[in-house]
Ligand binder design. Structure first.
Ligand SMILES: Nc1ncnc2c1ncn2[C@@H]1O[C@H](COP(=O)(O)OP(=O)(O)OP(=O)(O)O)[C@@H](O)[C@H]1O
Ligand SMILES: [Mg+2]
Length: 433
């Protein structure tokens, strides 16, 4: 091989060697860089996974807290409504649904002015006033929905964030109908206690002189000859007897009732007292139509015939006294179903009758008289409440006691100028069939 060729070959090999060495170095540094990137990616992935885990944990915690708060809100007996500064409803718990008859689904997110209109506008004014005055307010108002009137005690509070910035208003309210009812009952009972004391002292003070008056009037009558004078003596005797009757009524009213229970048919009791009702109508010269709707004619209840006669007659007398020259009294007797009694008794006494007795008899006295305003309705069962010149205001008070002593319940529905319906429900002893 010529020497020039050898030299050239050697140079090529050198170049190749250098190139190969550079290549190897580059590959090694690439490998090193790759390792660095790989470990960085692995670290980032780990950090990401940890961050993810923390986030999921937070989300779990938050939804747990949210569920807990929701459950707490929904387990409350009090209604809770929250509103934000955009005047939208944000919270509406289950008790609020029950009390107002609105569903949370239909109201959450809506402007509260759209929901609380007309007679319920007070909610709107309360929210506004709470925001303006930045303080808690307590009010008592009647909530209206369909035919329902619920007395509410409402407390509104501004909702503040940590810096004290107001974010909205929270209203917490409760149905106070039962409390009011109990207060009324206590008032009635106080009235009854007073009646008792009064009756006892009246009886003591009046009875003896009264029998003296009657006795002397009888002697006087015997010694008189003129017919006219005898009639005067008769008037004294009659007056004394009437007074004695009133004293006896008062004493009866004041004493605790001790019913003598027998198996009786309400239809028969009503038939027995109807003649007295017609007598009353005759006395005031009115034309009375009585419609008997005895659907459960043979239904039997456990009752004291004398007491029930007194109670039913009181209803009839009141109806006749409430009617002008002519009128109609419709008396209904029928068996009732659960849902009716449930609706009925919720207003009267928390539905205890429903759970205790499976079947009931409903008796209704419905008249076309002057009616009773809702204000008066609250008072008619109180002793001595009367709107009549010659009334004592004892009829309905004693009637309610009689009905309750029979484990019955009583309700009145009325419209001023149209008429009144008194309904009574007794546990059924024996059904029609
Ligand atoms: N059917 C009715 N229609 C209109 N008002 C009634 C009716 N029943 C009762 N009331 C009202 O309720 C009040 C109280 O009735 P309640 O029977 O207790 O007493 P009263 O009839 O006035 O007197 P008393 O029955 O002692 O003679 C009545 O004065 C009347 O205003
Ligand atoms: Mg009466």
């Amino acid at each position: 091989m010529p020497p020039q060729l050898l030299a050239k070959e050697k140079t090529d090999i050198d170049i190749l060697t250098v190139a190969f060495r550079d290549f190897t170095q580059a590959t090694q540094s690439l490998k090193a860089s790759y390792q660095v990137v790989k470990s960085q990616v692995a670290r980032l992935n780990k950090e990401l996974a940890e961050a993810n885990e923390k986030l999921s944990q937070k989300v779990r915690e938050l939804s747990g807290t949210r569920n807990y708060l929701n459950n707490t809100l929904n387990s409350m007996m009090n209604g809770v409504i929250g509103i934000d500064l955009q005047e939208r409803i944000t919270i509406f718990n289950q008790a609020a649904e029950i009390i107002t008859s609105y569903e949370a689904e239909e109201v959450v997110g809506l402007a509260y002015q759209k929901i609380f209109t007309d007679k319920n506008r007070f909610f709107t004014s309360l929210f506004k006033k709470t925001l303006q005055e930045r303080r808690a307010l307590i009010e008592e108002r009647i909530f209206h929905r369909f035919n329902k009137r619920v007395p509410l005690e409402i407390i509104t509070n501004p909702v503040q964030d940590r810096e004290g910035k107001i974010e909205g208003v929270l209203a917490v309210f409760r149905d106070v109908s039962l409390v009011r009812k109990l207060q009324e009952e206590i008032r009635d009972k106080e009235g009854l206690a007073m009646t008792g004391e009064m009756a006892a002292s009246v009886a003591h003070e009046i009875r003896n002189p009264l029998s003296g008056i009657e006795g002397f009037a009888l002697l006087l009558k015997d010694s008189l000859r003129e017919k006219k004078q005898k009639e005067w003596a008769d008037s004294i005797i009659e007056g004394a007897r009437n007074l004695d009757n009133l004293v006896t009524n008062l004493l009866n009213f004041a004493r605790p009732l001790r019913p003598d229970f027998q198996e009786i048919e309400p239809a028969k009791i009503i038939e027995d007292v109807l003649p007295f009702a017609f007598q009353e109508a005759e006395k005031k010269k009115m034309s009375l139509e009585v419609v008997k709707r005895f659907i459960a004619q043979k239904a039997k209840i456990k009752g004291d015939a004398d007491l029930l006669k007194q109670a039913f007659l009181n209803f009839m007398l009141n109806s006749i006294q409430a009617m002008a020259d002519e009128g109609r009294l419709t008396i209904t007797i029928k068996q009732t179903n659960f849902s009716y009694v449930n609706k009925f008794s919720r207003e009267e006494k928390g539905g205890y009758l429903l759970t205790k007795f499976p079947r009931q008899v409903l008796i209704e006295f419905s008249d076309t008289g002057c009616g009773i305003s809702s204000e008066e309705k609250k008072r008619i069962f109180r002793p001595f409440y009367t709107t009549k010149k010659k009334g004592y205001g004892l009829g309905m008070a004693i009637t309610r006691r009689i009905i309750q002593s029979h484990e019955g319940i009583i309700q009145v529905e009325s419209e001023k100028g149209k008429g009144t319906t008194f309904s009574v429900i007794f546990p059924l002893k024996e059904a029609e069939d």
